[in-house]
Design a protein around this ligand. Sequence first.
Ligand code: PMP
Length: 430
Amino acid sequence: KSRELIRRQKDIDSSAVAYPEDIPIAFESGKGATVRDADGNTFIDMFAGIGVLNVGHSNPYVLDAVHEQADKFVHTVDFPTEARLELIEKLDEIAPEGLQGNMRTVFGGPTGSDAVEAAIKLSKYNTGGTGLVAFRGGYHGATSGAMSVTSNKKFKEAYTPLLPDVVHAPYPYPFRDDKSPQASVDHALEEVQQILEDPYGGLANPAGIIVEPIQGEGGIVTPPEGFLQGLRDIATDNDVPLVFDEIQSGLGRTGQWWANEWEGVTPDIMTTAKALGGVGFPLSATMYHEDLDTWGSGDHAGTYRGHVVGMRAGTRAIEYIQEHDLLSHARELGEYLRARLEEAGESNPQLAEVRGKGLFVGAEFVDADGHPDGDVADAIQDYCFEHGVLVWKAGRHGNVLRLLPPLVLTRDLAETAMDVIVDAVEHATT
Ligand code: PMP
């Protein structure tokens, strides 16, 4: 049945759809951290729709509210609703300390890319600047502004000119930089400083700095301590907003509400999406300090400025995480996943580095000469799919195994999944 659905999809869907093709899987249903395919096979889900399903597939606590809301109404543009105000208040409650109580939220549309566009517009609007500092390895979305600040040429070379004034600074990546963590941070910060402060630095009229606190698509690249604080200081010194893109790393994924909390650094603007819609409803938001709330009514317009059902789902999902203390669970279970991978890497030089925080986990693979090896990650993914575990990949060379399971993943399921993943690593590298 899965093969048949895939065949039908190939006939009628866009050629841009992307999923691993070697192992035929078409989804039929999902529950918690498991999904069932059209042929009745059950899989442990270690990628959660790219970090969307933090409270699990079709979480019943969230769905109760979804059904109730859908029966009342679904769409209101910006007219006040309980659902809208509740979610804004909830976001304020869980915001990084420096934004709590003095934050505004704009729902700019359904996708993460929309939230990034809003962050870019807000930065430009408030500073009058045009230039943006972004980072190598960064991913921010598929719309023109978001593509401009994304660094991978593959995503954007066919669509230039994009925003003209974007300079990509190095992101600290000690493993690839072949530098100590401190040297890697110092190098990145010096470059950012130069871009903004040196007359030859490249940005004549800066509007802001946009960065992922942990790079997701880039390969779960987890910067050493000091990087985010360094950016905070540079942004303040240069009087430009610091934008944290928390679309993949936020809403509990790392065992804190926001990845930036690991360093206690507060941005001026923060984007969120993915898990914001609770159980997969498309919803994104840009949260920002009230000092930047200068737009006039209607200045940032759009039709889908907050899916009411998605908003209800989002609030309920946050409540669910709070009530079940899933942040602690994510921290503990993340330690377990990393420990299993590290153990596997001790005797296997091809598993070169394990990274991440909480349930945002990456393992980087190299060939016998230490070069990035995407084929190994491919083989691991295929093996896992064949053996009932859904895993994803990331990284510039597709050589990073990426695990971002629902936060509701149980220890039992995690152990079963890790047994398969460790077998997959052995199978793919020997
Ligand atoms: N920013 C980050 C950090 C992301 O990981 C993504 C999606 N992978 C986006 C922005 C874009 O989100 P969307 O695909 O919903 O437009």
